[in-house]
Design a protein around this ligand. Structure first.
Ligand SMILES: Nc1nc2c(ncn2[C@@H]2O[C@H](COP(=O)(O)OP(=O)(O)OP(=O)(O)O)[C@@H](O)[C@H]2O)c(=O)[nH]1
Ligand SMILES: [Mg+2]
Ligand SMILES: [Zn+2]
Length: 299
């Protein structure tokens, strides 16, 4: 049988069969992996083949279809291992907040690089608009103008408000990842979109604490063929599988200047006649984006 992995808890996977049934499946024995050294050989979003066990209730996953893409990070639990956050995505909503908690631009830029490397479109959704002061609004306008110009549309919302037409418009016929720090409101947004409490969210009193509320990546069918993937909040997003020399290629704002440096292998750090550094001086590339770039290649 064929199915879609809608949830992975480590040992057990929820697999939605073609008949629409959810079957709890396991892996058995040695399982051939597409990527080495991952903590999870099967990820939410994977398309798999499985056989039913004798009890007809559970299944055993026998193979996985090649993924069209995936979001991968360094494992936070196991050194030298990576973790696949989700696979086969059409787009990602990066849920960011100015406060409670603060999402840094560096964190946003890291995610943009990884998603862009797999050609996964990203829409940046700034949540908790109700907490913003005028100063924050001005900051949002500046940041949103810059990101929109380089291909990442931005929205400002409150996930507690039902007024989410602009977001709903984006979801049709797509598999959408909800990505962001813990506490930014991914599950709250999911609940508001569905109009019911399908995921636990953090109680209002414990907003500042760093603990995860959502513990497994899980896929929800919002409407026919439209899925949302809710994940546990990401604290640090360690980039893996991208060489430092490639990072600049995934900065759309660097693109017009790439190939114009004096040295073909310019790292844009300290070389003379660097077109990227010149573009920063002229204000064509923002300082913060360059800072994010340096942090990634230095790591
Ligand atoms: N003020 C305000 N609070 C919000 C908004 N959206 C969500 N919250 C609150 O933020 C807290 C965290 O929300 P969650 O939806 O649990 O956050 P999450 O991103 O799913 O967190 P993890 O599952 O830990 O990754 C909850 O107390 C929500 O009520 C908003 O628009 N404004
Ligand atoms: Mg959550
Ligand atoms: Zn350069």
């Amino acid at each position: 049988m064929k199915g879609l992995v809608t949830r992975s808890t480590g040992l057990w996977y929820d697999v939605k069969s073609e008949a629409g049934e959810i079957i709890s499946c396991r892996l058995k024995g040695k399982f051939r992996q597409e990527i080495n050294q991952v903590t999870n050989p099967i990820a939410t979003g994977d398309r798999v083949e499985f056989i039913l066990e004798e009890n007809k209730k559970n299944g055993i996953i026998t193979s996985i279809e090649p993924r069209t893409n995936y979001i991968i990070r360094k494992s936070s639990r196991k050194e030298h291992f990576d973790h696949i956050i989700a696979s086969n995505l059409d787009q990602a909503l990066l849920i960011a907040t100015f406060k409670m908690p603060r999402t840094s631009l560096g964190f946003i830029d890291r995610f943009l690089v990884v998603a862009t490397s797999f050609e996964i479109p990203v829409i940046i959704v700034f949540n908790k608009s109700d907490l913003l002061k005028e100063r924050d609004l001005n900051k949002f306008n500046d940041i949103a103008a810059y990101y929109s110009k380089i291909g990442y549309p931005c929205h400002l919302i409150s996930a507690l408000n039902n007024d989410l037409e602009a977001i709903k418009q984006l979801l049709n016929q797509k598999t959408t990842l909800l990505f962001g720090h813990s506490g930014t409101g991914k599950s709250t947004l999911l609940n508001t979109l569905f109009g019911e409490e399908i995921q636990h969210t953090k109680g209002l009193t414990s907003q500042k604490k760093g603990s995860h509320t959502t513990t497994f990546a899980q896929m929800f069918e919002w409407s026919e063929n439209s899925y949302l993937v809710d994940i546990p909040g990401i604290k640090e997003f360690g980039i893996t599988h991208i060489e430092p020399a490639e990072i600049g290629l995934y900065f759309p704002d660097f693109k017009p200047f790439i190939g114009q440096c004096k040295f073909y292998n310019c790292s844009h750090k300290h070389e003379p006649n660097c077109a990227i550094q010149a573009a920063i001086k002229e204000g064509k590339i923002s300082d913060w984006r360059y800072k994010s770039y340096l942090s990634m290649i230095n790591e």
